[in-house]
Design a protein around this ligand. Structure first.
Ligand code: VG1
Ligand code: CO
Length: 543
């Protein structure tokens, strides 16, 4: 087998966003596109020589072919071993676990997460470091820099590796180790949680429905929820990963997980509903007739995690991404825990977790996780919820109501305005940025503005600074508006407007969220001049 050195030239725009490089699949399929980026990853981490890497993906279209290219490139770049999930499948949290457990030099995950898949949809590549977490800003910067300087990439001339059978084979001098993508992850979950208690709950008639959304968590949820915990067969729906995720967006929110929402809102609804995204790192939690906002879920988990064996000693601290609601801050305050505020994207939690400052963290975008891996983890969140419900002997609805009674309620919603021309979205942000200093003291939509700023993050562990991570406007009585542009899209711009308002009056706790946020929504539109800049009066998605 010959090592080939293929001449290439830098390709513009290979700058990773919030979570890896995401582009239209057809862009990734262009000549040299994938190869250039993969060579840049190897160059950015100081070469692949002698290294061991993990490789997996969410099963989307082109993932199997991309995996073969990456294996041949890893071999030609001198890697010693690549541990790859059978069928090139592996969820993001399972990859994070394997990187840590096997002490590898990192891993490559082929996923565009919650973005749709298929020849006309999206593809993505992300690199995780030896701690199992998304590459830091610094490493990401080095990878991007390498994309701008490439003159050649290395690839082995060889046949495809056999990824359908578990076991070892060689590709040139490199070992390709095909593993069951579920086994190690399932074993970890069994260590963290009280499976006996959850099994007893389910044996007692507690019913659940898990929607894998035709994505990677299907095999994991089947093995764990049905196989180990005794949920009845069929509790996991849409359980077979498909290259196009059945034509939908594998995004666990009330819009895209409508099948689950209908089941949970119907007669004789199960006691518990959940869904995960394309690559298995997000989660949505539901009770009969109730959607649990991800920010509330984070707060509930922070308040009750010590009921699960893994967290019985209590939490070191907690963290949330800046736009995530402040519900978890209220819990942290009551429990005397440190609470950190980080920019959007899991890579910013890594240092806090590695340094032992936090145990639990989460984002409003349906991501929650802990120090068990260095990624957000959808099934982990589901199992922690089930463990808590089993110990407390409460339903989801009761638990939420009790939580709000104890801590008050932070009404919360994210409004997404999709497919805006990039220039217009940037003009909106620039205009608001320029007016931030004039806002405090003004009254808008009946609410007075207390403060306004742009969020810069100072990492307390390594001192690095991440600038321009979102515009924040604080209103009286705990109201808050945050605006930022998405970093995971593949065409145009998505404006994300995060809306929050706080109430401690139990008479309001059952209000409709959008109604309760009426003033804050109105204030956001006026303050950011959304219609003026974009022509839009209504969002595309209310999450
Ligand atoms: C979005 C979410 C962010 C999340 C990121 C990756 O980023 O807002 O919270 O970490 O997706 O999640 P953005 O830049 O589009 O707002 V996943 O499940 O796509 O790896
Ligand atoms: Co994801």
């Amino acid at each position: 087998m010959e090592r080939l050195t293929i001449e290439t030239t830098p390709i513009d725009g290979q700058k990773p966003g919030t979570s890896g490089l995401r582009k239209k699949t057809k862009v990734f399929m262009q000549t040299h596109y994938l190869e250039n980026f993969v060579q840049a990853i190897f160059d950015g981490i100081g070469g692949a020589d002698g290294k061991t890497l993990v490789l997996g993906g969410d099963g989307r279209y082109f993932g199997d072919r991309a995996a073969q290219v990456i294996l041949r490139m890893a071999a030609a770049n001198g890697a010693a071993r690549v541990i790859v999930g059978q069928g090139a499948l592996m969820s993001t949290p399972a990859a994070s676990n394997l990187i840590r457990k096997r002490g590898t030099d990192g891993g490559i995950i082929l996923s565009a997460s919650h973005n749709p898949g298929g020849p006309d949809e999206d593809f993505g590549v992300k690199f995780n470091g030896p701690n199992g977490g998304p590459a830091s800003e610094e490493v990401t910067g080095r990878i991007f820099e390498a994309t701008t300087k490439l003159s050649a990439y290395r690839i082995l001339e060889a046949q495809d590796a056999d990824l359908s059978n578990i076991g070892e084979q060689t590709l040139g001098d490199m070992i390709v180790e095909v593993v069951d993508p579920v086994a190690d992850y399932a074993a970890l979950m069994e260590e963290l949680f009280d499976f006996d208690a959850i099994r007893a709950l389910i044996d007692g008639g507690f019913r659940l429905c898990f929607d894998a959304m035709h994505a990677v968590t299907g095999p994991y949820a089947k093995a764990i929820l049905e196989g180990k915990l005794g949920a009845s067969e069929g509790s996991v729906i849409n359980a077979v990963p498909k290259p196009d995720f059945g034509g939908g967006h594998p995004d666990p929110n009330p819009v895209w997980a409508k099948e689950l929402v209908d089941i949970m809102g119907g007669v004789n609804a199960p006691d518990f509903g959940a869904a995960s995204d394309g690559d298995g790192d997000r989660n949505m939690i539901m009770g009969p007739g109730m959607y649990v906002a991800p920010s509330d879920s984070l707060a509930v988990l922070a308040a009750n995690a010590d009921l699960a064996p893994a967290y019985v000693k209590g939490l070191a601290g907690v963290a949330r991404s800046m736009p995530t609601s402040q519900a978890v801050d209220v819990v942290a305050d009551a429990k005397g825990l440190d609470c950190y505020e980080t920019p959007t994207g899991w890579k910013f939690f890594g240092n806090l977790l590695d340094d032992g400052r936090i145990t639990l963290c989460g984002e409003e975008s349906a991501g929650t996780g802990s120090d068990h891996v260095r990624e957000k983890d959808g099934l982990w969140a589901v199992l922690l919820w089930l463990n808590i419900l089993a110990v407390k002997k409460q339903g989801v609805v009761e638990l939420m109501q009790a939580h709000w009674a104890d801590y008050g309620r932070n009404f919360y919603s994210r409004h997404d305005f999709e497919g805006i021309e990039t220039e217009k979205a940037e003009a909106l942000m620039g205009d608001l940025r320029a007016r931030l200093d004039d806002l405090p003291g003004k009254t808008v939509a009946g609410r007075s503005i207390e403060a306004a700023d742009e969020f810069d993050y100072h990492d307390p562990v390594d001192g690095s600074i991440a600038k321009r991570q979102g515009l924040r406007v604080y209103l009286d009585n705990g109201g808050r508006i945050v605006l930022r542009l998405s970093g995971t899209g593949t065409s145009g711009a998505t404006l994300r407007v995060y809306l929050e308002d706080r109430s401690e009056d139990p008479a309001t706790f059952d209000r409709d969220v959008q109604d309760a946020l009426g003033e804050v929504i109105e204030a956001a539109h006026q303050i950011a001049r959304i219609e003026h800049h974009t022509g839009r009066t209504e969002p595309d998605v209310r999450a």
